[in-house]
Write a protein that binds this ligand. Structure first.
Ligand code: XMP
Length: 616
């Protein structure tokens, strides 16, 4: 008999983190599911609490309707960010936007409340908001504040209704899990009656039901998600019903294809087919400069390759479904839920895939999971730790780590001077700051941004005395105040004792006309391999979640510059730049300089938000 698990309902107002809230409660052994804000929750058996997620809207907007009866059910309610505003708005408080937002880390002074039991006082939390609650509803008290947001947390203890301006669900809110634990156990009285193994059994059964008598054609990149998906499908459907294809896009890392084949063969997936499509990918990306356009072309080509191979091996499309190792963050960042904004179109969420999904021709057993849950499932399925712990690598590969520029769209110098002056007022001496004319994608307050990076130069610095904590404060101070900038970099090829007195000035750098070419890809492959090798040598593969290296079309003598972007994260929805040990950073930088094929080398000191992990 299935157990009727206790449940917490999470109302999805479109935040990038909504699903993560549910995930956090499941981690605590409490079943939590997402619902539309207009759902009738009175029908859910065993409901013990409600969470109102964050979202890109403003409380009271007509586009964000909700069922007001949730406030009449007598159940505990917890609002995060937009949810916090909604509680205030609905119950007669006030919400305003005075132009000061908070994006990234902040310190909240927390007061006395059940929801904060076990916390110390000054709590490091993750913020991502423009609106704020400016007057409490009746019956509420303030239980936390920051200098920029005096009502960062509020409570009506008698009614068990709580509002938090910050996001306790993201790991960078240091004690966020304690807050959710307090809500689940002390406020909702949860009994801890849920575990991940229940999920595996359910997914296997669901997969059999969805696939019926058909077979599955799976695109396998060799990364964690597609490999776990492969193992899961084989377990659910049997080996003869799953066909795996690895497409060599030419956008892979150095020696990647051979490595993927080798490790999958070792894990017992001998039937994997490999298709070399590098020429098609390269030619389709010729003279394409816009990041979203690149992503869409790459995603479409994967579908074309699948169709082509199907024809080549004589498969009848009626008998086959397309399998994908899509996980939850892929869906949410492509604007995959009701209210969410599109941050990036992931390769497995392009238009044609959406059509196939609508026609019931796609199966994605992992689509509700996060990376750490996928890894847990991989272990349960018996995959080797080496495979399960591979660092994530995006489907579009190096194609989205090679920024392009069409010289026709030159920049507006005056606008730049104005931005530079505004930043100069924020940056303390002796630092100096410049704005680069290139752009990258970011995420702020649940919206996509496409803005400039700012480079902070630190005179006479050495690798050993880079003040990372100070940079972590300076970086959001710039991006919170200057909207034209969504990333902060430091320059690491000059000074720092890293190179023989290179007299190169950022002011002399200029935009370079550049597109996706084999030469640039080969250079990026080489630099990426250097970063990977040094990271592995320093045994940092588990501490660093992912280490993208980006080639940007800005520099001297038509040579690209390089951005190093190591980050720590747990599920990629938020991330923190990873302060590399001085020796490791120095080694990487000197090896890049020794190639003699690049201009400046930068290190990205932007957290997510406001930057995303990848630049495009
Ligand atoms: P961002 O850059 O949005 O990336 O912070 C979050 C995570 O997703 C990966 N990523 C992708 N993975 N297909 C994928 O399979 C894609 O199109 C794609 N784009 C980004 C990224 O590497 C990071 O781990």
């Amino acid at each position: 008999m299935p157990i009727n698990h206790q449940q917490i309902a999470v109302l999805d107002f479109g935040s990038q983190y909504t699903h993560l809230i549910a995930r956090r409660f499941r981690q605590l052994g409490v079943l939590a599911k997402l619902y539309l804000p207009t759902a009738d929750l009175s029908r859910i058996p065993n409901l013990i609490g409600i969470v109102l997620s964050g979202g890109p809207g403003s409380a009271g907007d007509k586009e964000y309707p909700y069922n007001p009866d949730i406030f009449k059910l007598g159940l505990p309610i917890l609002g995060h960010c937009f949810g916090h505003h909604l509680i205030a708005h609905h119950l007669g408080g006030e919400v305003n936007n005075d132009g000061t937002g908070e994006y990234g880390l902040a310190t909240v002074q927390v007061g006395e409340s059940v929801i904060f039991e076990g916390l110390a006082g000054g709590e490091v939390v993750w913020m991502s908001h423009g609106d704020s609650v400016t007057r409490l509803p009746q019956g509420f008290k303030t239980i936390g504040g920051t200098p920029d947001c005096p009502i960062a947390a509020m409570a009506n203890e008698a009614e068990k209704i709580y509002g938090l301006q910050f996001h306790p669900e993201v790991t960078h809110t240091v004690h966020g899990q304690i807050i959710l634990e307090n809500f689940a156990f002390k406020i909702c009285g949860a009994a801890r009656d849920w575990q991940i193994k229940d999920w595996l059994d359910q997914v296997i059964q669901q997969t059999r039901k969805d696939v019926k008598d058909k077979k599955v054609f799976l695109l396998v990149s060799g990364g964690v998600d597609s490999t776990v998906c492969y193992a899961l499908l084989e377990k659910a459907l049997g080996r003869e019903s799953v066909f795996g294809l690895h497409v060599d896009t030419g956008l892979m890392r150095k020696n990647e294809v051979a490595q993927v084949q080798g490790s999958l063969a070792q894990a017992g997936f001998e039937s994997l087919q490999v298709k070399d499509a590098s020429a098609q990918f390269l030619s389709a990306l010729k003279a394409v400069y816009d990041p979203e356009e690149k992503r869409k072309i790459i995603g479409q080509l994967f579908v074309d390759m699948q169709a082509q191979v199907s024809r080549e091996v004589g498969l009848n499309s009626q008998d086959w479904l397309l399998g994908q190792g899509t996980i939850y963050p892929d869906t949410i960042e492509t604007g995959g839920t009701h209210h969410a904004d599109t941050i990036k179109t992931h390769h497995n969420r392009v238009a044609e895939i959406h059509q196939l999904i609508a026609a019931g021709k796609v199966i994605e057993p992992l689509k509700d999971l996060y990376k750490d849950e996928v890894r847990e499932l991989g272990q349960l399925l018996g995959l080797s730790p080496k495979l399960v712990w591979r660092q994530p690598f995006p489907g579009p590969g190096l194609g989205i780590r090679l920024l392009c520029h069409n010289k026709k769209g030159e920049r507006d110098n005056e606008k730049f001077d104005e931005i530079k002056n505004r930043i100069a007022r924020i940056v303390p001496s002796p630092y100096t700051a410049k704005v680069l004319p290139i752009k990258s994608v970011g995420v702020q307050g649940d919206y996509r941004t496409y803005a400039h990076p700012c480079v902070v130069e630190i005179p006479n610095s050495k690798f050993s005395n880079i003040d990372w904590p100070e940079l972590e404060i300076l970086s959001p101070a710039i991006t919170n105040k200057v909207r034209a900038v969504n990333r902060v970099l430091i320059r690491v090829d000059d000074g720092y004792g890293s190179s023989a007195n290179r007299d190169w000035h950022l002011d002399d750098g200029e935009l370079i006309e550049a597109s996706v070419t084999k030469e640039r890809l080969d250079l990026l492959r080489e630099i990426d391999a250097i970063a990977q090798e040094e990271m592995v040598k320093a045994k940092l593969e588990r501490d660093i979640w992912q280490f993208p290296v980006v080639l940007v079309p800005f520099g001297l003598n038509s040579k690209d510059s390089v951005v190093l972007r190591p980050v720590s994260s747990l599920e990629a929805m938020t991330a923190r730049f990873y302060p590399l040990e001085p020796e490791v950073l120095q080694q990487i930088v000197s090896r890049i300089i020794a190639l003699n094929q690049t201009s400046f080398v930068f290190f990205d000191v932007t957290n997510k938000p406001p930057g995303t992990i990848e630049w495009e």
